[in-house]
Design a protein. Structure first.
Length: 178
């Protein structure tokens, strides 16, 4: 990692990032501070050494660039810069708050998963029952349960059927809530 820090402006002028699959090339990211936080203002692809790789910049080289990965690599470079004491207390690549509502906590999904598991033993249509109880569409209820499964709070059900059990993680969250 190489970078140029502007002490007067307290910002990076540029950061070189390594991109997997781009052997022989250097990618230089130029950050800009915006109202949303630090964004990539420009990037440059140039040979890593004195010689241009045989086929030059190809479509494959361009396809290997993913802006999200460049952002993450630049943040990691900035963090490394701070860890080595080169930037006292500054975070020019801090994660800016994204617009929109904050996500829901695991406890929200654990509570839904618990209600669903309770209904599995008494109902032939637990999703429909939750939809009626909470005045949400069945699709919204399925989405909440899907997220609970993805977060490791509810085990998988047989394909096309109702089912699942609370995981140890969900039980721990629900136990802490009481």
């Amino acid at each position: 990692m190489d970078s140029s820090w502007q002490w007067d402006d307290e910002r990076f002028e540029w950061i070189d990032v390594e991109v997997e699959g781009l052997d022989g090339w250097r990618v230089r990211v130029v950050p800009a501070l915006t109202e949303r936080g630090t964004e990539i203002a420009a990037l440059t692809i140039s040979p890593a050494g004195d010689n241009v790789p045989p086929s030059g910049v190809t479509a494959g080289v361009l396809r290997a660039l993913h802006v999200r990965e460049l952002h993450l690599a630049a943040r990691a470079a900035a963090a490394q810069h701070r860890r080595h004491g080169n930037q006292p207390g500054l975070d020019s690549w801090s994660a800016a708050r994204r617009p929109g509502r904050a996500g829901r906590a695991d406890s929200f999904y654990a509570e839904w998963a618990a209600q669903y598991v309770d209904l599995l033993s008494t109902s032939s249509a637990p999703v429909r029952d939750l939809h009626r109880r909470h005045h949400l569409s069945e699709s919204q209820v399925r989405g909440i349960l899907h997220t609970a499964r993805r977060r490791g709070l509810l085990t998988e059900a047989p394909a096309g059927r109702s089912g699942g059990e609370l995981t140890a993680k969900a039980k721990r969250i629900l136990g802490d809530a009481k």
